[in-house]
Design a protein around this ligand. Structure first.
Ligand SMILES: [Mg+2]
Length: 308
């Protein structure tokens, strides 16, 4: 065990140079065993204002506009993910995608060369699945296309009683008036309305299209009840994606100043905005909160976040 500072032997010159110096100097004697290094490590957090420099971070990386752009990986994205993991940080990818299963999305990202495994990605569909799993007796009515219905299949039991939850996601292929009506009736009868995300419209190669938020708004208006939004910028979503990591160890990296950055700021996490994706459009048109850091692209993140 190490000696306490008051009992440490001093080298012959120490008392003259540092008669009342800091414990680290007084305690240093050449030739002491390697436990001194551990002792120094144990002390360092007190001198650096806490665990700021010492502990691995949980890093949440946005997908579209941050890791990939126009269907292609942002240059340096794969290497950045590898370097962060090699440095000991926990890396997870989070996205508001509400149209794909976890397995399909992981496969799509891997095909772009970005290493990710099941369990390392977080979407509103996964959030819905976790919320339903944590609610005993939950029965869900899903207003979404097949991939999302399949993902929530374990909680769909229409014959067991009225729905306890209505989940609304991307339903562009199967939306019908009877399906919308069934969702409205279930919510009015007491089911909780869960919106996978609240986008008003989305942009595709052939132009703009009605997004999930507009369908959610129709049900809210008809039933007179607000939805619980599961995707960004919901704090619930951030907490689930971060798996309860404390805010001072949590870094959120994204391109969107209307979702990623304010969500991180509200949570007290460190926010990093990349100058890719939506960044330039938003800088030209909107007054948005300032992130903790701004970097040119995800490729610069490992240099900003050194090994613990
Ligand atoms: Mg984005």
């Amino acid at each position: 065990m190490n000696s306490s500072p008051t009992s440490a032997a001093h080298s012959s010159s120490d008392p003259d140079v540092f008669p009342d110096g800091p414990a680290t100097f007084r305690n240093h004697t050449p030739g002491r065993d390697v436990n001194d290094i551990d002792d120094l490590r144990d002390r360092l957090p007190r001198f650096t204002g806490g665990r700021e420099l010492m502990e691995p971070r949980v890093v949440l990386l946005d997908l579209d506009g941050t890791l990939i752009e126009r269907g292609q990986p942002v240059p340096g994205a794969a290497r950045a993910v590898v370097e962060l993991r090699r440095a000991g940080h926990t890396v997870r990818i989070f996205t508001n995608t509400d149209s794909q299963s976890e397995a399909t999305l992981v496969d799509r990202i891997r095909r772009l060369g970005i290493p990710v495994a099941l369990g390392e990605i977080f979407t509103p569909v996964i959030a819905a699945r976790e919320i339903l799993a944590a609610t005993p007796g939950s029965r869900v009515l899903v207003l979404a296309d097949r991939a999302v219905r399949d993902e929530l299949a374990a909680h769909r039991s229409p014959d067991a009683g009225p729905p306890t939850h209505v989940v609304v996601g991307d339903c562009r292929e199967t939306l019908s008036y009877p399906a919308l009506d069934a969702a409205f009736r279930a919510v009015r009868a007491g089911a909780e309305l869960l919106a996978l995300q609240r986008g008003r419209y989305f942009r595709a190669a052939d132009g703009d299209h009605v997004d999930t938020g507009a369908i959610v708004a129709a049900i809210e208006f008809a039933a007179g009840k607000p939805a619980r939004v599961l995707g960004k910028p919901s704090q619930d979503f951030l907490r689930l994606a971060a798996q309860s990591a404390p805010a001072d160890l949590l870094w959120v990296v994204g391109d969107d100043g209307t979702t990623d950055i304010p969500m991180a700021i509200t949570a007290g996490a460190t926010s990093v905005q990349v100058r890719t994706g939506k960044y330039l459009d938003q800088q030209a048109t909107e007054a948005l909160p300032r992130p903790t850091h701004t970097i040119n692209s995800i490729a610069d993140l490992p240099a900003l976040l050194p090994p613990p």
